[in-house]
Design a protein around this ligand. Sequence first.
Ligand SMILES: [Cu+2]
Length: 165
Amino acid sequence: MKRTVLPLLAGLLVAGAAMAAMAHDYTVGSIRIGHPWSRPTPAGAVAGGGFLTLTNTGKVPDRLLSGTTPAADRLEIHEMSVTDGIMRMRALPDGLAIAPGQTVKLAPGGYHIMLIGLTKPLALGEHVPARLKFEKAGEVEVSFIVGSPPADATGAGTPAGMGPH
Ligand SMILES: [Cu+2]
């Protein structure tokens, strides 16, 4: 029995490395969306984080306003900040502005998308569909790949036990 376990594990590790290197991008109007990804969530977790980059290739400001996902009751746009050594996060009621030519990074410890009221845990390798709405560019379907941070992700090495951010 033992002999079959090791090659299987090695195979999973190789698959994991390949997934992390894989990029996926979306374009809607003048907005380019780079590599949406999430972290796996433990059983019973009520919320998960969503991370990506937003680039405005146009001439006018745009704004990520809102979104929906079948994977959770609500999708919110959050900001994370440290005040007096305490990490806090808050929903951005007016969404997230993206100036012309600007790239805004949603990453652990900073701006992020929050999936609240998960219908089930986010599982490694899963593709979580979501619909994002921009003020000017309109709506676009994306999918967050679970457990597949881009190579340069901030905090990608943080243990999964640290929570959705
Ligand atoms: Cu949050």
